[in-house]
Design a protein around this ligand. Structure first.
Ligand code: IDC
Length: 333
């Protein structure tokens, strides 16, 4: 090789080396950390951000939907920017009712879910899905241990959001939920000072007006939002009124779960009411996550029960709710 050729060859090698170095850097590029400002979420440049996405069904029931292809697909084709990982605490191989091997399995699903969401460029909610265990204090010890572990692990993942109690119910008062929330927030903040934390509200995360009267203590209030859940065929204007009351008091709201059917998760759809809800949420820049990314034979499932695909769904693979919700997502933004 003559001198000139050697020089070009050297340059080429250098370029190749630089390229291989740069690719992983850009692939790991981080989503902007979100903060709560007033009632809204903002990114690191202060711009308002609204998260719109889907929730998995229970991770023990439908772990197969937590896969890279699905997360990349929904981001690109459904135009969502967030996914929620619903981990039941009590029902069917729940985190607190199953054994240690079951806990490890669930933590692995979460770990994968966070990884796939990060790769896909999605925000990801780790949801402590209490339901039949309507008082979050019932498993407070386990919750504290779990969230400290998560916070330690994910403190540098700028896209992780913690939801500390899905739907308190059974008459659990706001005061009880608040006491629980303050303990868990304190635990999370030991490791992760910044992540957004979502707190459930009384009566299946509907009574946000009660939370608005007395939010968590000031020292725990930063980057905390309060959840509002609705199922459009059951919850109507009266629940939007509660939401408006809470907003007027300055309470930051986050709809971490909704569907357009009734509260059983398996009744008729109310598209008219669903449109009113999502229009209201868009207007107020409130984030929302649809239940559920699964093919369970129930009307809230987004995928038809006869479809076994776990990604790359065509419109024919979607249920009526799936079609309506994804076309809403695609239309906007
Ligand atoms: C439902 C599921 C259903 C499952 C049940 C477990 O859709 O397949 O058998 O939970 O008890 C909620 C809850 C959510 C419910 C959903 C529909 O957060 O866990 O899922 N729902 O009932 N709140 C209001 C409705």
């Amino acid at each position: 090789m003559n001198e000139k050729r050697k020089k070009w060859f050297g340059l080429l090698l250098m370029c190749l080396l630089l390229c291989t170095l740069c690719v992983p850097v850009s692939a790991a590029s981080k989503l902007s950390r979100l903060q709560v400002k007033g009632t809204k979420l903002v990114n690191s440049s202060g711009k308002t951000v609204q998260l719109r996405g889907v929730s998995t069904h229970g991770l023990s029931w439908y772990p197969e939907y937590v896969n890279q292809s699905a997360f990349t697909y929904i981001k690109k084709n459904w135009k969502v920017n967030a996914v929620r990982l619903a981990m039941y605490t009590a029902e069917y191989n729940g985190y607190c009712t199953g054994d240690a091997a079951n806990q490890r399995k669930l933590e692995k699903y979460i770990d994968n879910g966070v990884k796939y969401a990060t790769n896909a460029g999605l925000y990801v909610i780790i949801d402590w899905h209490i339901l039949s265990d309507g008082n979050p204090q019932q498993h407070q010890k386990e919750a504290l241990k779990f969230f400290k572990k998560m916070a330690k692990k994910y403190k540098n993942n700028t896209n992780v959001i913690y939801e500390i109690c899905n739907e308190p119910n059974g008459g659990t008062s706001w005061n009880t939920i608040k006491k629980y929330a303050e303990k868990i927030i304190k635990g999370i903040r030991t490791y992760d000072k910044k992540a957004v934390i979502l707190v459930g509200t009384p009566n299946w995360s509907q009574d946000v007006d009660q939370a608005a009267l007395s939010p968590v203590a000031k020292k725990y209030r930063k980057n905390v939002m309060y959840t509002l859940h609705f199922y459009a065929a059951t919850h109507k204007q009266w629940l939007r009124d509660k939401a408006q009351t809470a907003l007027n008091k300055g309470l930051p709201l986050f709809v971490s779960e909704f569907s357009i059917c009734d509260a059983s998760g398996n009744g008729g759809l109310d598209k008219n009411e669903a449109k009113k809800w999502l229009t209201f949420l868009d207007k107020n820049k409130i984030s929302y996550m649809a239940w559920s990314l699964s093919n369970k034979a129930e009307s809230s499932a987004l995928i038809k029960s006869n479809c076994s695909k776990t990604s790359k769904w065509t419109s024919g693979n979607l249920t009526a709710a799936g079609k309506w919700i994804t076309s809403w997502y695609k239309k906007k933004k």
